[in-house]
Ligand binder design. Structure first.
Ligand code: FES
Length: 195
């Protein structure tokens, strides 16, 4: 599926205001899932196979090396990154209970800014933490949803609400300065906070 088709499909899903719950979203996103195939049973099979392979590894050196990489990745994932400060165009005019897309920290990294019904701003990297589909804001459900495999995230903190995503969205820190909203950094999540 091309990115244009992906965008069109997301627009179609977002525009279906009659959707009311997860089963409706599941039905609406069924065609999407063909482009991003994912079977939970298969995932369980893969996990078992990987576990058996792991048991077959007897080299202590290899194990220590892998553990070192895993530890570094975990530390990196929890860290707050020092990133450029960038104004988010259009943020101040954004109506409550709506969203806009922007790029941060680079032009190639898509992010989503949500202004909730109470007027607060929340921003996240747009990549779903499952298989990297772009999440969108559901105005009806007031949450971030992933159209590929029925994942959903809490708009207030990025935590997973349901579905296969293994961790919260990466949060982008925002700050209002002299009436303008700026992106000032990013927190890569390791897991749902408080879970
Ligand atoms: S990519 Fe699978 S739930 Fe988002």
């Amino acid at each position: 599926m091309t990115s244009k088709n992906l965008t069109e499909t997301i627009k179609r899903v977002v525009s279906q205001e009659e959707l009311s719950d997860e089963s409706d979203v599941r039905r609406a996103t069924a065609p999407f899932q063909a482009a991003f195939p994912y079977e939970r049973d298969e995932e369980a099979q893969i996990t078992r196979r990987e576990f058996c392979n792991f048991l077959g590894l007897t080299s202590a050196a290899l194990f220590v090396g892998a553990a070192g990489f895993a530890g570094k990745a975990a530390l990196d994932a929890r860290g707050s990154e020092a990133l450029p400060v960038a104004h988010i165009d259009g943020a101040e005019a954004l109506a409550p209970n709506s969203s806009l897309n922007f790029s941060y920290p680079t032009e190639r990294e898509s992010a989503i800014l949500v202004r909730t019904a109470d007027g607060a701003y929340h921003a996240y990297g747009q990549k779903c933490t499952h298989l990297s589909c772009p999440v969108y804001y559901s105005r009806q459900h007031q949450r971030l949803e992933c159209p590929c495999h029925e994942g959903a995230f809490d708009v207030a903190n990025g935590n997973v609400l349901y579905g296969p995503p293994p961790r919260a969205l990466d949060a982008i820190q925002v700050e209002m300065r002299d009436g303008q909203l700026w992106a000032i950094g990013r927190n890569a999540s390791a897991a749902n906070e408080g879970s």
